[in-house]
Design a binder for this molecule. Structure first.
Ligand SMILES: Cc1cc2nc3c(=O)[nH]c(=O)nc-3n(C[C@H](O)[C@H](O)[C@H](O)COP(=O)(O)OP(=O)(O)OC[C@H]3O[C@@H](n4cnc5c(N)ncnc54)[C@H](O)[C@@H]3O)c2cc1C
Ligand code: FES
Length: 312
């Protein structure tokens, strides 16, 4: 009998330290960038609780899993950039108490289903990976305030939206790629990942007619100076009309810099640890500076999408 080699406590501590360093760098990158959008700019549908049968559960690339969930109301009402809270069912007597937030990657209102793509991070997503087709997942959604395009009239010339996603952050921007296809907006999507086999959403972008720019850590093309140079060259003649980002603080900062240079609005979707996703637990404070006397905004209800601009 063979046994799986266990990581040493030293390598686990190293991984934890690197994760903390990465999180700190990410937090520093977005410092001073974000603000909450006025609520009237972004009305959102009423969330529902739904027992959603799992229609498909397959593997995407080397690291990710895709769930297709039958949930007609959410499929019909979800706005781009909104998310679900997914309760993972108990397995072998073990309960995962809190639901886990997941972006709605694709909406298929005609078929009454939505797609979610996730990576295994810890206990909850490990248990989620064991769910089989035909099981039912309790989902709450659609939640949060998603991405929006500026108000464009139909008589205006062709518009271009630049979406930038890294890792599963691509899922948060994919709803806007769908909106772009529906509204006749040209979409240019930067898909960033560790390696070519870890890029999410390439088939979706092809189906939706979006132009894709892939960048990876493996060949160094995902580094900020290289990406900045590539985007400046791509948009030299005509800058995009809006930039939507999810997946890394450094990407949010780059987008804010480009947004300032091109004079276009930037929106950034954030991740946070969430217990309820509904604004009840106050456990997901957003890194947005506010009056110290007043409780700051929450990622789950005031975001996850925020306006981003360089501090003046
Ligand atoms: C609005 C929103 C949308 C999201 N969309 C997706 C998605 O489409 N696909 C996807 O794979 N993931 C997504 N996430 C992240 C996902 O919710 C977490 O990976 C998941 O909750 C981890 O649960 P777990 O029990 O497996 O891991 P845990 O055991 O809870 O955590 C494992 C490790 O990941 C870290 N971690 C957990 N949650 C987060 C978080 N939210 N941010 C940063 N670090 C975290 C923990 O500190 C720990 O080190 C989203 C998060 C938010 C807030
Ligand atoms: S997750 Fe509970 S308030 Fe945001």
């Amino acid at each position: 009998m063979t046994s799986t080699p266990q990581p040493s406590s030293e390598s686990l501590l190293g991984a934890l330290r690197r994760q903390r360093e990465f999180a700190a760098a990410d937090e520093a990158a977005i410092e001073g960038l974000l603000s909450v959008r006025p609520p009237e700019r972004m009305p959102r549908p009423e969330p529902v609780w739904d027992d959603a049968p799992v229609l498909v559960h397959d593997v995407v690339g080397e690291r990710y899993h895709r769930l297709v969930l039958a949930t007609p109301t959410i499929a019909a009402t979800a706005l781009a950039g909104q998310f679900l809270m997914i309760t993972v069912p108990p397995k072998d007597g073990e309960r995962i108490l809190l639901p886990r937030p997941m972006a709605i990657h694709r909406r298929h209102p005609d078929a009454g289903n939505v797609e979610v793509i996730y990576g295994v991070a810890g206990r909850g997503t490990t248990a989620l990976a064991g769910v089989v087709v035909g099981e039912t997942l309790l989902v709450t959604g659609p939640l949060g305030r998603g991405f929006e395009f500026p108000e464009w009239t139909e008589t205006e010339p062709t518009r271009t939206a630049l979406m930038i996603g890294r890792g599963v952050g691509v899922c948060a921007v994919m709803g806007s790629v769908e909106d772009a296809a529906r509204l006749g907006v040209d979409a240019v999507v930067v898909v960033s990942g560790r390696s070519g086999s870890n890029l999410i959403g390439l088939a979706d972008c092809a189906e939706l007619g979006a132009e894709v720019i892939t960048v990876t850590d493996d060949d160094g093309s995902s580094r900020m100076p290289a990406l900045a140079q590539r985007l400046r060259a791509r948009f030299e003649a005509h800058p995009p009309d809006v930039i939507l980002v999810c997946g890394a603080g450094v990407l949010a900062r780059l987008a804010a810099e480009l947004g300032a240079e091109w004079g276009v609005p930037v929106q950034v979707s954030l991740e946070a640890h969430m217990a309820c996703g509904l604004g009840y637990c106050h456990g997901c404070a957003a890194p947005v500076a506010t009056d110290p006397e007043v409780e700051g905004p929450l990622v789950c209800v005031d975001g996850p999408v925020f306006d981003a601009a360089l501090p003046v």
